[in-house]
Design a binder for this molecule. Sequence first.
Ligand SMILES: *Cc1c(COP(=O)(O)O)cnc(C)c1O
Length: 368
Amino acid sequence: MEDIKMSAMKAQYAKLKPELDAAFTAVMESGAFGGGPQVGSFAKALTQYVSVQHAIPCATGADAYRLAFAALDLPNGAEIVMPAFMDNTAVDAALDCGLIPVFADVLPDAYTLDPASVKEVLTRNSRALMPVHVFGQCAPMEELTALATQHHLQLIEDASHALGTVYTDSDQKNAKAGSMGHVSITSFFPSKPLAGSGEGAAVLTNDPVLARKMKDLLETTLPVGMDALQAAMLEVKLKHLEEFNEGRQVIAKYYNSAFAATDLVKAPERAAYSSHIYQQYAITVAPEIRDGLQAYLREQHIPSEVYYPQPLHLQQRDKASRFVPNRLPVAAHLAKSILSLPMHALLSEEKLAYICQHVIDYVQQKAS
Ligand SMILES: *Cc1c(COP(=O)(O)O)cnc(C)c1O
């Protein structure tokens, strides 16, 4: 059996090589430097894919947050509520922009922002709410949108893990991730579903005024935007995004049925209101055995990752005076019990069987 890989960037490249080579050659031959028409062309393709009016590509995820925060005119000292269970890009960007990140807990099964916890952390200074569609599944947008409306909060959607995920509301109306916020951001970092070759991101909105503002801000306040080669690559990959997302859903089905055989492994649960593109396939096990499981898998040449090893509210303890204190037990528990398994369309049945067998063997042996 060949090596098991966590993701399949290289194989994805091999598959798309002819299309990518043609796109890169076209950029070089056009003599476009910096942005060029490719960025506009990718932006248009992205608006069509997400069904949103405006998309503005930019150089980094941090830039995308900065554009969103600045365009929404969030005042200095305004509080922005975000999930405690994610990476810290948004925290740093918010602090840079003079905002106060306030962390809310996540749902124990879906790992996305918990509306009940959001309610508890809202204050007079809350101005924005940021749901994150973590691991490829939408947050409960209907409840979160209602809270945002009721409390006059700007809704900033983070669709970095969920490009292609579909949210279904209680009227059975569908919306793509990235089309539901006042402003949405999405990243094209290599670890995301639409993966560029390095940094890259976009802001999305249906509001023409916000779109104009973000375009102006991009030109006047940021040193660089997205470059033409990156845009050309992303436009090619966007055409194959559905196929890659569907490929992971097949793998998730295999994992789900294998882990249904034991209650010692909890498979990620899909909420009824969202599709799941499994950007990560994250199981949970008893916290006492998680690190042991990861070490055991490593010995069997099975890679795995812990996203996220520490919830944001505990990482930011040193700045505690700036944060609304709370415990957020679900995020704290997840950080100790979660483990992401290899996830990409090229995992053969042989490899999947090998992974699942070793996971199950280990947890059963520890339980006996
Ligand atoms: C990756 C990611 C970002 C953006 O990060 P960059 O690496 O700067 O592109 C933002 N939010 C979430 C949830 C992410 O996973």
